[in-house]
Each structure stands twice: as structure tokens, then as C-alpha cells.
Design a protein around this ligand. Structure first.
Ligand code: UT7
Length: 327
């Protein structure tokens, strides 16, 4: 019997708003310093939406670029999965609005909310859909406008986040060799302490305090959980697929804090030269961090055909996961 085909990364695309806020710009808003932000997080600037950009426009632009890169027409897409915790409107799903904007009239479209793990969660779903034969061309997008939900008076959180979107067109096989495609995915969640990283507003529960309108985070607790969970997930997916850190060409981790990225790389013996870091330019763009980094790596020649790429993420929920793919 023919082995079911894996999801293969056929095309990638990314988009970010033109407007940039440097650490020095943020010094004018809250009691912080460029020095503190750079040394504690690795962030130097972030892109933030202006009046013309939002989760829908960014997702559409990234999706269009991924289709072009893949050489796939919008009509050929049969599933759009959009990971976001900052949808354009309450409902319908932003994925449906992206479908319309792209002219992907033969697709089903759905949003998923796995916070910063949205892209890895989406990859797990896309792999299942493609392997089962249910879908052929899956457009997976991570898109966020975090600047609209952070409290610009809270130095503990506003310095950390940014806006962007990244997209991947996933399709069966590579047409190149059997070993290419997504080799494994692993996802987990733990809903015991949702308040560790949350935003109460935006749902149907009444908002009781001013703070509940914004993203709230116990930074130290999230930091500790992220270091453990991302290290565990990276180790586990390598073990499951029979590879080791030495085999990995590129580690593309979620970009929340440089110190978390370094700890994750150390856990699986991957030197920092093999780790993709763009946190200095974008900050934490939640579900968009991994696909934006992938799209940039492909465009610059840093990620090439045949490379073994390890992705690992952690976010609100808590949610976390990892994926290993041969490009
Ligand atoms: O994507 C989802 C996952 N999110 C994350 O992974 C984020 C995880 N957390 C973190 O990255 C870090 O915990 C932070 C960057 C949020 C904070 O770094 P930290 O080293 O854990 O700092 P802290 O919260 O322990 O704060 C240390 C000090 C405090 O002052 P005191 O109490 O020691 O006087 C803070 O008030 O730094 C202060 N501080 C700041 N100072 C200047 C906190 N934020 C700032 C700031 N500028 N922006």
C-alpha cells in the first residue's frame, strides 16, 4: 500500500505593518529603557498596525504571498486555517474574510485560537487533513494585531508584543523525494491556570475591571513554564522521529524572549548559529512568529530545500508543541 503523503511546505509568505515602534519610542510612553528591554528580552523594535492594517489585511497579504511562492491558485485551496487570538471581528471567523479577500472560493475556512502555539497547532491539523486525504492544499496562517489588546500604560507587557502575519501553503508530498514534508508534530495544553496569560474582554463574560480589557500576564510564571515546556516538546519530537539536535539544520522557535530561545536550544544541543532569531525586529507576534521567521529564512536563502527544521512554541492556555519538517 502507498504510504499516505505528508504535508509539505510548498510556499511561504509574511507581512508586517510599515509602522515601527523602537524601544526608544516606548521610553516616551512608559517608565522603561532600551537597555532593560534589550537585555531582558532581546527586542529592539516591533511593527504595529496603523489605520490601514489589521489582522485581516496582514493575514491576506501573507496568504497571497504564500500562494504565489507555491505557484498555487486561490481556487485550488481547499482549506484555510487561521491561528489568531486577535481576530479582525468577533465573528464570523477572520479565515472566512481572508478566503473572500483571496478569492479562494473552493475552500473551507476556520479560525483556531491556540495563542502563541497557533501555527504549530495548525500544522498538526493540516498534517492530519492532508495525510487522511481530506484536503490537498491547506493554507495555514498565523496573524495577530497584538498592539490592539496590550495596555500601553503597562510596562510589564506593552514592550513585548508586535503585529505581523505569516502563512504556509501545505500540500501532499514534494514531488522531489519521499523523505520531505512534516515528519512529526506534538501538541499539548494545560488549562489549570488560564489567568497566567489571558485577556478577559473579547468574549461574552462581563468585564469587571479596566485591566480585564487588556492582555494580562504573570511574566515570571509564564517564563518558567515556557522554558520547561518548549525544551520538553523539542526533545520529545526529536525522540519520536528518531533524530537528534545535531541533525537539525535550523531551529525556529516561538519568539517571546531571547533567554527562552537560548534555553530551548541548549536543551536539545543546537548551537545558536542554527537558531533563527528575529525577535529584535518584531517582538512577540504570537501565532505569527514561526511562519514569519520561516518565510524570511526561505527568502534570504537561510532555509533551503532538504533542510531539517525544528519548530517549537508555547503560549496562553497554556498551550505548547513542536514540529519537525524536511523542507
Ligand atoms: O508568548 C507567550 C509566552 N510569553 C512569554 O514567554 C513571556 C515570558 N516572560 C518573560 O519573557 C519575562 O518574564 C519578562 C520579559 C516579561 C519579564 O522579565 P523578568 O526578568 O522575568 O522580569 P520581572 O518580571 O521579574 O521584573 C524584574 C524587574 C521588576 O522590578 P522590581 O520589582 O525588581 O523592582 C519589574 O518591575 O523589572 C521591572 N520591569 C521593567 N523595568 C523596565 C518589568 N518590565 C519592565 C520594563 N522596563 N518594561
Amino acid at each position: 500500500m502507498r504510504h499516505p503523503e505528508r504535508a509539505f511546505f510548498k510556499g511561504l509568505g509574511a507581512a508586517a505593518p510599515n509602522k515601527v515602534l523602537s524601544n526608544h519610542d516606548i521610553e516616551k510612553l512608559v517608565d522603561t529603557s532600551d537597555e532593560w528591554i534589550r537585555t531582558r528580552t532581546g527586542i529592539e523594535r516591533r511593527h504595529v498596525a496603523d489605520d490601514d492594517s489589521n489582522t485581516l489585511t496582514l493575514a491576506t497579504e501573507a496568504g497571497r504571498k504564500a500562494l504565489l511562492d507555491a505557484g498555487v491558485e486561490p481556487e485550488e485551496v481547499d482549506m484555510i486555517i487561521l491561528g489568531t487570538l486577535t481576530p479582525y471581528i468577533g465573528f464570523p471567523a477572520t479565515a472566512c474574510l481572508v478566503q473572500n479577500a483571496l478569492g479562494a472560493r473552493n475552500a473551507a475556512a476556520v479560525d483556531i485560537n491556540a495563542a502563541c502555539s497557533g501555527f504549530v497547532y495548525g500544522l498538526h491539523l493540516a498534517q492530519g487533513l492532508i495525510r487522511s486525504g481530506a484536503n490537498r492544499n491547506v493554507l495555514l496562517i498565523g496573524a495577530e494585531t497584538m498592539s490592539r489588546i496590550v495596555n500601553w500604560k503597562d510596562r510589564n507587557t506593552c514592550v513585548l508584543f508586535g503585529d505581523a502575519a505569516g502563512a504556509a501553503l501545505l500540500a501532499p508530498g514534494s514531488g522531489r523525494e519521499d523523505s520531505a514534508g512534516v515528519l512529526g508534530t506534538y501538541i499539548r495544553s494545560d488549562g489549570v491556570q488560564p489567568e497566567m496569560l489571558c485577556r478577559i474582554a473579547g468574549g461574552t463574560r462581563p468585564v469587571a475591571t479596566e485591566e480585564e480589557n487588556y492582555l494580562q500576564m504573570s511574566g515570571k510564571d509564564v517564563f518558567k513554564r515556557a522554558v520547561t515546556a518548549m525544551g520538553d516538546a523539542a526533545e520529545l519530537i526529536l525522540r519520536q522521529t528518531g533524530f537528534s539536535g545535531e541533525d537539525v539544520t535550523l531551529l525556529i522557535p516561538h519568539q517571546a524572549n531571547m533567554r527562552i530561545i537560548e534555553a530551548t536550544a541548549r536543551r536539545v544541543n543546537i548551537p545558536m548559529e542554527k537558531v533563527l532569531v528575529n525577535i529584535q525586529e518584531y517582538g512577540n507576534t504570537s501565532a505569527a512568529t514561526i511562519p514569519v521567521a520561516m518565510a524570511e529564512a526561505k527568502a534570504s536563502g537561510r532555509m533551503r530545500s532538504g533542510d531539517l527544521v525544528l519548530m517549537v512554541a508555547f503560549g496562553a492556555g497554556m498551550t505548547w508543541g513542536a514540529a519537525l519538517a524536511r523542507m
